[in-house]
Design a protein. Structure first.
Length: 350
């Protein structure tokens, strides 16, 4: 396992990050703790969660994932090593009907909501501080989760980026969070957060958590440049495109997966050319005696802007294969063949 610096911070994160959004819905607390124990034993020091997890989000289960992780962190053998772990969580953004989360959740990133969200996450996680606190999605009108077009007619009020950063500065000063990141963010957002932080002497972004995979390489151009110049690292989520890049859907019908259990949850990956591109990537994997999963994860890990690849698994078998992908290094020949397919099926699941 290798470790990379997260942006301009002092945090050194494992190249694989354990994603946890199935804990409390598809995974029991015992399964969650088994995964956490195994991941740490393999050298993973980076765990990602969110206040709205598990997914799909609802009032009955909200916060359960953080609670599962908190009970694990409270165990004496783990608690003694808390300073060796990097725990990341997130606060929701606006534009979603999560009024059950907080009384005034319409203004999701108000000072009151941010302070309450951090305190609630700290309590559930049973820890004194959060290493990386992330805005789950922007507090403004932006295309997200498979949408590709910006619509000015959908403009709404938002909490200014300056006001958001001032509140996060308070929390950093208080020692409740260490560093700030964003998620599902745009090029404009990265630049505006960076400019505002510099201008007002406020906390700088160290990371962005966006979808990135063989089926979605939209980060490659404008966002990659912005993050390079502003020294913001990518935490790549959905590197297997909701399991599509494992090849299991190409092989035939499957059951008990996120796509089959929650059919409305993976619409980003139901678009034209997803299956065709996935089939061709699986053929490359077979040609070079790799599994489709190994190919997909090794590709994401190879990108210069990726600090850590976020994996998620519902079974130990999946988790082990995902983590073992760190031993795969793709040759220039394989990468060239990947780019040929990418040229034919350009970002089929943006």
């Amino acid at each position: 396992m290798e470790y990379k610096r997260l942006g301009t911070s002092e945090l050194l994160v494992s190249e694989i990050c354990l994603g946890t959004m199935t804990y409390g819905q598809q995974n029991t607390i015992a399964e969650a703790h088994e995964q956490l124990d195994y991941a740490i034993a393999q050298g993973i020091n980076f765990i990602d969660t969110a206040e709205m997890y598990p997914v799909p989000p609802n009032a009955a289960t909200q916060g359960r994932t953080e609670q599962y992780i908190g009970e694990w962190l409270a165990q004496p053998p783990v608690k003694q090593k808390r300073d060796q772990l990097i725990i990341a969580t997130k606060i929701i953004g606006t534009g979603r009907n999560y009024k059950w989360l907080r009384d005034d959740s319409i203004a999701a990133l108000s000072r009151k909501n941010i302070l309450q969200a951090v305190d609630d996450s700290l309590k559930r996680l049973q820890t004194d501080y959060i290493d990386l606190y992330q805005i789950h999605w922007p507090d403004r009108n932006v295309p997200m989760f498979g949408q590709v077009g910006f619509e000015p007619m959908q403009e709404r009020e938002m909490v200014s980026i300056a006001e958001q950063l001032k509140t996060f500065a308070e929390l950093i000063q208080a020692g409740k969070i260490r560093h700030l990141g964003v998620s599902n963010e745009t090029t404009w957002g990265v630049c505006e957060f960076s400019h505002t932080a510099k201008q007002l002497g406020l906390p700088k972004l160290v990371s962005i958590q966006n979808a990135y995979s063989l089926l979605n390489r939209t980060f490659d151009s404008h966002l990659a440049e912005a993050c390079y110049r502003e020294q913001v690292s990518l935490l790549a989520y959905s590197p297997l495109a909701f399991g599509h890049l494992s090849g299991k859907y190409v092989q035939g019908s499957v059951s008990n997966t996120r796509i089959t259990l929650f059919p409305n949850f993976g619409q980003r990956y139901s678009k034209v050319n997803v299956k065709a591109a996935t089939t061709e990537y699986a053929a490359i994997a077979q040609k070079y005696d790799l599994s489709p999963t190994q190919l997909a994860l090794a590709f994401v890990r190879s990108r210069w802007f990726v600090a850590s690849t976020i994996i998620g698994a519902t079974t130990m078998e999946q988790l082990k294969e995902n983590i073992d992908s760190v031993n795969i290094q793709l040759s220039a020949e394989i990468l060239a063949e990947i780019d040929q397919i990418h040229a034919r099926y350009f970002n089929p699941a943006p």
